[in-house]
Design a protein around this ligand. Structure first.
Ligand SMILES: [Zn+2]
Length: 486
């Protein structure tokens, strides 16, 4: 490869510097009030254009104050869709250059989406470029950039003046850093910003911003990652467009080849679906909620004669559950917890069988056990203390005589995979087991009535138990509890 010729210099390429004023910061809800574009080619200004836009919504007072764009100025202005041809024409074949480009690009893409069009262009963010070129500079907002380049800033916060300021900063770069650094920096920043080449940005824009689960797949349909969110599109976008990624996340994102999603009515449905998909698919990048694990619990009937026994938790029946304590990966973890609690509360290690031998325990000799083993503590009192201590980790009893259906009501109707609109999910549980998600209460009831299901409950699952406990604690109007007859 020959070395880069001057014509490949980044600052000679077709560049469209752009700035938007908006009604606020939310790219999906707020709207554009002003747009300015200054185009450069071969290092020369080609043209400049700006336009006030009618946002079809109220501009908040403080924003009117900040930008100097008042409601009356935009009420008679054209809507974005009326100037979309001009914008499309200006951006075609040009690299969009903006300060915090994710913001401007997001707003533009949403405006294109509103008329069922998609905007694709190369994007260069000058915040990122500045960070790369001037790593020692502390701030990278537009004022800081202008100050660092000794460019006077006037009439800031109107689209054209900000765009002009940005162009001024960009054109000052060759005086401050080498052309090679600019080329390299721009190249790196744009590469970072880009979606993996196999992902169509339109695919992300098509994902609804409702609750649900998303799946990233790699080469050969390898499941890479399963995640949940109450705002699917925003969450997926943030994976690809946010500035700061850990190395791990970068590794993940580079491998993504396609994205799938499943909508749910709300957070509970999404959490349950996420948990089951992770167990089913074992995605490479999911650390938590990994595969089914062996699980044990402590069973204790509350008498002084019986020591807490380690039992397999998979078959746990919490209908009669006063006597189950804690969930552990194995006997060692269970013993360790028991030992820690015993030591902390001066219980006897001999009682739960953690110390062998006859007579008083070692702890009683050094004052770590109150001495039930040596006749120094009344057995009744000891028993009550052991109860109190173990109650800290007691598993909650299943509080219903039969199954429970939780109707989770969506904020707005969502579209299921069958293409139909749904308002709620009906989530069926029994004895802390999750038995599935249904479109109607009838379906859930029929399934529960099926002997096959109610007699063969799935294994007890710590993740499901925790999800359900925390959601029932939070409760709220969107969760409607419907206990079924046993
Ligand atoms: Zn003792």
């Amino acid at each position: 490869m020959p070395s880069a010729s001057p014509s490949t210099d980044f600052n000679l390429q077709p560049l469209a510097f752009i700035d938007l004023e908006t009604t606020g910061l939310r790219t999906t809800k707020d709207r554009i009030t002003e747009i300015a574009i200054i185009r450069y080619q071969n290092g020369q200004e080609l043209d400049r254009w700006s336009q006030l836009i009618n946002p079809k919504m109220k501009i908040p007072e403080q924003i009117q104050h900040l930008t100097g764009i008042h409601q009356a100025m935009v009420d008679d202005a054209p809507e974005f869709k009326e100037v979309i041809d001009i914008v499309r024409g200006k951006l075609q074949g040009f690299t969009l250059v903006a300060h915090n480009a994710r913001f401007d690009y997001g707003f533009l893409r949403n405006e294109f989406n509103r008329v069922n069009e998609q905007l694709h262009c190369q994007v260069l963010c000058t915040v990122k470029l500045s960070r790369r070129l001037f790593p020692k500079q502390q701030k990278h907002n537009l004022d800081a950039l202008l100050a660092a380049a000794n460019i006077p800033s006037e009439n800031r916060h109107r689209a054209m003046s900000d765009t002009q300021a940005l162009v001024g900063w960009f054109n000052s770069l060759p005086e401050r850093v080498s052309i090679e650094s600019i080329n390299d920096g721009a190249d790196q920043v744009m590469r970072q910003q880009a979606l993996p080449s196999h992902i169509d940005p339109g695919q992300i824009m098509d994902i609804p911003d409702t609750a649900g689960v998303y799946l990233f797949y790699g080469e050969n349909e390898l499941p890479l990652y399963v995640g949940k969110s109450v705002t699917l599109r925003s969450r997926i976008r943030s994976h690809f467009y946010d500035d700061r990624h850990s190395n791990k996340e970068m590794q993940l994102l580079q491998q993504v080849r396609h994205i799938e999603y499943r909508s749910t009515a709300g957070e509970l449905g999404a959490l349950l679906l996420e948990a089951s998909l992770v167990k089913q698919l074992c995605p490479v990048f999911n650390r938590q909620l990994r595969k089914k694990q062996q699980l044990v619990s402590l069973q204790w009937n509350g008498s002084i004669a019986q020591t807490p026994q380690v039992v397999d938790a998979c078959r746990l029946n919490l209908h009669q559950c006063e006597q189950f304590y804690g969930l552990f990966r194995n006997k060692r973890d269970a013993d360790q917890t028991l030992r820690k609690l015993s030591e902390e509360f001066r219980l006897c290690l001999k009682k739960p069988g953690l110390e062998k031998g006859k007579g008083a325990c070692f702890g009683s000799q050094i004052g770590r056990c109150d001495g039930v083993c040596a006749g120094k503590e009344d057995e009744e009192i000891y028993l009550q203390r052991q109860h109190d201590v173990l109650n800290r980790i007691r598993l909650n009893a299943w509080p219903y005589p039969g199954a429970l259906v939780i109707e989770e009501i969506a904020k707005a109707p969502y579209i299921g995979f069958d293409g139909k609109n749904y308002q709620s999910d009906f989530l069926l549980f029994d004895n802390w087991r999750y038995l599935g998600r249904f479109n109607s209460l009838e379906q859930a009831k029929t399934t529960y009535g099926d002997k096959q299901i109610s007699d063969n409950l799935p294994a007890f699952d710590r993740d499901i138990y925790k999800i359900l406990i925390s959601q029932l604690k939070k409760q709220g109007e969107h969760l409607h509890l419907i206990p079924l007859e046993a």
